[in-house]
Design a binder for this molecule. Structure first.
Ligand code: ARG
Length: 472
């Protein structure tokens, strides 16, 4: 009978946990299991978290002050090595946490093996991801502020520029272009606030939760939290190591940012088409076609629109990842990282690209915009409002204007083309001031209700927006 030969992979990988194991991990499984290829992104945060942990171990007398100093010095040295491009752990390290611990032991000797006292990779990785996100969220908020600043500048230049306003993508009522741009400012303002709110829940320390149940050592969790600038500690160790709500909240807020950018992108794409011709794309932000020499393509907004799917996908991925996970840590959670890293990179790149596009990549075409608002029936509501203001019940006025529009469409006229006799024939309340009332500039100016497109409102909104941006 053939003897059973134990599987011995040729390229063995020495593991930190190898004493419990008789044979090494299969090389393909080692690759499959490893996260070092992407979680190296966390290294600075891992080092910061480990330094705080080492300091706490001395503070509580679990290790000596001398040992703690050696650990901290070694960790700082790894930081330098990494920043100088000299720390490049391979697959054998499995993940960034093992990589750092191993290098630390090489650098400071056996004391390096004390770093992991009273800690698990489960609370460690949770801490790293939170420190990473806390930092990235603040960076994204700065990008949002720059984007808002560009929208504000553009709005200030275009208070009196009119643009057709749409509902159902049908011409509805004319708008101040500034009002249209400020709508995106408001979305970005909510995004900025939302991220600030998410960060409150990101900035809670799970460190000291151990693998899942806490630790037998007399640690001081509030001490590490304080060192790390975190506002509180997780009250429950199981929750501490397995919660990813904060990551889902971030991905959800990130998806909303992308959706806002994508809507603006869609508008820029439409506006730059021959059919709309509301904006001209500058060469610095447009590309040509390899075959059609006349083309100038809006690649920037198209890419932003496209990348929105990617970010929303990451949100979906993490939601599905979490839904069936029993407490506490499960390796599935390793899958949260690429979603977060890619989202952060994508959001920053999209905000930067859109900021450049708005500040220097496009030009509104005032003549074309002015013609567009003068050539339609988007002042029809104002005729009805005119009559209603003179005592005609609105619904009656509305019906009458509907008939006028129908007749105009049949005769090829616009409302402004009707003679005063024709107006009077329609209703005796019409006076010669009807022409002024339906001129596009007046149509916009008249919408002076709070939050409306009236120039006075827009000027006020710009002042408020400026104060909001400079308050932070
Ligand atoms: N690389 C792992 C992750 O990203 C670190 C935590 C590993 N914990 C464990 N119990 N295997 O989730």
């Amino acid at each position: 009978m053939a003897q059973e030969i134990p599987q011995q992979p040729t390229a063995t990988t020495q593991k930190t946990w190898s004493q419990r194991f008789d044979s090494a991990l299969h090389p393909a499984i080692a690759r499959f299991n490893a996260s070092i290829g992407f979680d190296i992104e966390l290294i600075e945060y891992d080092l910061t978290g480990s330094i705080a942990h080492a300091q706490m171990l001395a503070h509580t007398g679990i290790i000596t002050a001398e040992e703690s100093s050696q650990l901290v010095a070694g960790l700082e040295q790894i930081r330098q090595e990494y920043r100088q491009g000299q720390f490049n752990p391979g697959i054998e390290a499995e993940d960034v946490h093992f990589a750092v611990e191993r290098r630390l032991t090489e650098l400071v000797g056996d004391v390096g093996k004390k770093l992991h006292t009273a800690r698990s990779r489960n609370d460690q990785v949770g801490t790293d991801v939170r420190l990473y996100l806390r930092d990235q969220i603040e960076q994204i908020r700065i990008c949002l502020r720059q984007f808002q600043g560009t929208l504000l500048n553009l709005a200030e230049q275009h208070i009196e520029t009119l643009i057709p306003g749409y509902t159902h993508l049908q011409r509805a009522q004319p708008l101040s272009l500034a009002h249209h741009l400020l709508a995106y400012f408001q979305m970005a303002q909510r995004d900025w606030e939302r991220l600030g709110d998410v960060n409150k829940r990101v900035n809670i320390s799970p460190l000291g939760s151990g693998a899942l149940a806490g630790t037998t050592f007399p640690i001081d969790r509030h001490y590490t939290a304080k060192l790390l600038g975190m506002t509180d500690v997780y009250a429950n160790s199981l929750d501490g190591v397995s919660d990813r709500d904060f990551a889902i909240e971030f991905l959800s807020s990130a998806s909303l940012i992308m959706i806002h950018l994508s809507r603006l992108s869609e508008e820029v794409i439409l506006w730059s088409s021959e059919e709309f011709s509301f904006v001209k794309l500058k060469d610095s932000c447009a590309t040509g076609s390899s075959i059609m020499p006349q083309k100038k393509n809006p690649d920037v907004p198209e890419l932003v629109r496209g990348k929105t799917g990617r970010v929303c996908g990451h949100l979906q991925a993490l939601l599905v990842l979490m839904k069936g996970l029993p407490l506490a840590y499960n390796k599935d959670l390793q899958e949260d990282k690429e979603a977060l890293f890619d989202t952060v990179k994508t959001i920053k790149a999209c905000l930067e690209a859109m900021t450049i596009l708005l500040s220097e990549g496009l030009e509104f075409r005032p003549t074309r915009l002015a013609a567009a608002v003068a050539e339609d029936f988007s002042n029809a509501t104002d005729v009805a409002d005119y009559l209603a203001a003179r005592g005609v019940p609105f619904r009656e006025a509305y019906n009458l204007v509907g008939q006028v529009v129908k007749t105009c469409l049949a005769t090829g006229n616009l409302l402004k083309d009707l003679s005063i006799e024709e107006w009077k024939g329609l209703h005796p309340a019409f006076e010669s001031d009807i022409y002024q009332a339906i001129a596009p500039q007046q149509v916009v100016a008249a919408r002076n209700s709070y939050g409306g497109t009236g120039f006075e409102q827009v000027r006020r909104a710009i002042l408020v927006a400026k104060a909001q941006v400079s308050a932070s």
